[in-house]
Design a protein around this ligand. Sequence first.
Ligand code: CP
Ligand code: NVA
Length: 330
Amino acid sequence: MAVNLKGRSFLTLLDFTPHEIRYLLDLSHDLKAKKRAGVHEQMLKNKNVVLLFEKTSTRTRCAFEVACHDEGASVTFLDSSSSQMGKKESLEDTAKVLGRFFDGIEYRGFDQDVVELLAKHSGVPVFNGLTDEYHPTQMLADMMTIEEKFGKLKGINFTYMGDARNNMGNSLMIACAKLGLNFTACAPKELWPTDELVAKCKKIASESDCTITLTEDVKEGTTNADVIYTDIWVSMGEPPEVWETRIKLLSKYQVNSDAMKNAKKDAIFMHCLPSFHDTNTKVGEDIAKKFGINEMEVTDEVFRCKQSVVFDEAENRMHSIKAVLVSMMS
Ligand code: CP
Ligand code: NVA
């Protein structure tokens, strides 16, 4: 069955069938190979894309910018301090204006409702570059990376350790359910995804012949894993006061050499980045002073070990975002 994603928005993987996600992954691999071979097809020539960032970013912004440049599109970047959005102009009006100028809109911010609203009123494809709820472009890069390492997705045992109800926990559970990976959230109950999303994903997983498991037990959660994944303990937009409780809740879910030993021998370690694996960041340094810990969600040893594929994952953000832009905008 042919897949046509032209004109679609990319807001959450829940909106896409496994077949459509498969198409995006195949295109991502293809575009990566073409870039390596020096083949540039300029599939977005004469297109204009606006990037709206209400939260900070390194990878997502650069991935969108490089993908656009590679394919011949022009990019305009706006952050909340340099635009009227949400302050002097409603989102609905902003969406209507941007839709007259641009062929596609990327948005990173807080509420999922905002990307939904932009998509509803702009009349052009809208790409979710991360909200509090979901991070769908990250999912394509992650699944692409797993495929590169194992040559398959179906049947992979995927364990996510940490805040399992943030944008990453939610999105990874959905991606695994859609693509046939056995997903385990290994986290304290307080940080499990909502019952509603779990029920939705269990239904999807039963159609993809895979499982969704939630456990508080680290040994159970990590045994036999092919992939161990984690994310920062406090996400962008959360108040700094939550660090203390989060550290208490999540310390035992740190990805360290014991967790990796429980996993399969050839297991890989993944992280969307940025990561607090040492004190070489302002936040890392502050937390070390305040709470006396030098590593958080992952130890420096695991972050830097041979099984860690975090920089392949980061590179794949660009190839997979290019696949989204090319398939939905050209
Ligand atoms: N993984 C990710 O989205 O990174 P940035 O916050 O740097 O965009
Ligand atoms: N959960 C993290 C993901 C960063 C890519 C955050 O929202 O800050």
